[in-house]
Design a protein around this ligand. Structure first.
Ligand SMILES: [Zn+2]
Ligand SMILES: [Zn+2]
Length: 360
């Protein structure tokens, strides 16, 4: 039914707008309008029913950001909360997943792409405990999270390396941060959650310095699934860390065409060299991983409107300069200034000229 509505809607829009613009423009307009969000966003996620002792991890597609929802036996844990602008889609996703209470909320470190919508999530649901590293950021985003926690009558807790938390009977081992660092990324909470024989390692944006410090502590970081650190940046995922993690699967939470060039090729190669199968939210949208304690399976849960539109796109326009670029051009505009085009003709019809650098 929903699918049908979506096609009708798309047809109406195409007919209605075809007189004044190209396919690319229409697509862009449709995406900008947010009218498709209801249809393309992964809100179609069903209530999550996972027995106690088993677990499902939803790596929610939040573009260039992190957000993972963990579910087990009717209990929920949230590790990071996307950017500020992701609040509505995260709340909708969580509500549809059946979340009433978040037993544990982890903000791995105070960067916006990890705690942006945590305030909204904390306000919207009952919350058991909130964990963040013992470092602060002088940003409105960070203060919003603190305010939301305070309004719940809670205090942010700072776990120490070596602590073990409990998520509905599942052990959550804290490996990092081992100490305080100047760089916020290195202060990321790094944790492993074990489910029967299987384990998941979450690394936030921890970089090489933090990775070595964790290894030096002698923690057993071995896992089946690795949430790759810092969106696949080459400043993280050092070989030694990957060797000890010894994971079969790597999940990278990353925005398509992001300006950081994440995930970097060298990181992807490293992951492959260690035999990991790679899942990416920029290519696959929301990624769901299920474990019964022995077997691990993956499935896709749909793409955000942005990811869906961008997947179709072959060229990216800059709304300010009115130039269009190939997807791998070195001078792509920031996300909010982008227009997406399926082909060159669409870009030119919309009044965009080819970029002089990538010469499409
Ligand atoms: Zn960060
Ligand atoms: Zn990040």
């Amino acid at each position: 039914m929903k699918k049908m509505k979506y096609w009708i809607l798309l047809l109406c829009l195409a007919l209605g707008l075809s007189g004044c613009g190209s396919t690319g423009e229409i697509l862009d307009e449709v995406v900008q309008s947010g009218i498709l969000d209801e249809y393309l966003q992964p809100e179609k996620v069903q209530k999550i029913e996972v027995p106690k002792g088993e677990m499902e991890v939803h790596f929610i597609d939040v573009g260039q950001a992190d957000c993972a929802l963990l579910a087990s036996g009717g209990h929920f844990m949230l590790i990071d909360g996307g950017n500020n602008e992701d609040d509505e889609r995260i709340l909708t996703y969580l509500r549809n997943a059946g979340v009433k209470k978040l037993d544990i909320v982890v903000g791995t470190h105070p960067h916006e792409d990890h705690i942006g919508s945590l305030d909204a999530a904390i306000e919207a649901f009952d919350v058991g405990a909130v964990y963040m590293p013992a470092v602060s950021a002088n940003t409105a985003t960070y203060r919003d999270v603190l305010d939301a926690v305070a309004e719940k009558g809670l205090q942010v807790q700072h776990p120490k390396a070596g602590d073990v938390l409990d998520f509905n009977g599942l052990p959550v081992e804290i490996f990092g941060p081992v100490k305080e660092y100047k760089d916020l990324n290195n202060n990321s909470i790094v944790l492993r959650i074990s489910v029967g024989e299987t384990a998941f390692l979450f690394t936030g944006d921890a970089e090489t310095t933090a990775e070595f410090d964790i290894l030096e502590q002698g923690f057993d970081i071995s896992a089946d699934v690795l949430k790759v650190a810092h969106h696949g940046s080459s400043g993280s995922s050092v070989e030694e860390f990957l060797a000890y993690a010894d994971a079969d699967y790597a999940v990278i939470s990353v925005g398509i065409g992001n300006s950081y060039d994440h995930p970097e090729d060298v990181t992807l190669k490293r992951l492959q060299n260690y035999g990991m199968e790679i899942f990416r939210t920029d290519k696959q949208g929301t990624i769901v991983c299920n474990t019964d304690g022995e077997n691990i399976s993956f499935r896709q849960e749909g793409k955000s409107s942005q990811t869906a539109a961008v997947t179709e796109a072959a060229y990216i326009g800059n709304k300010n300069s009115m130039k269009y670029h190939t997807l791998d051009c070195s001078s792509l505009p920031i996300e909010k200034n982008r227009a997406y085009f399926a082909d060159q003709a669409a870009a030119e019809e919309a009044g965009y000229a080819p970029c002089g650098t990538c010469k499409p």
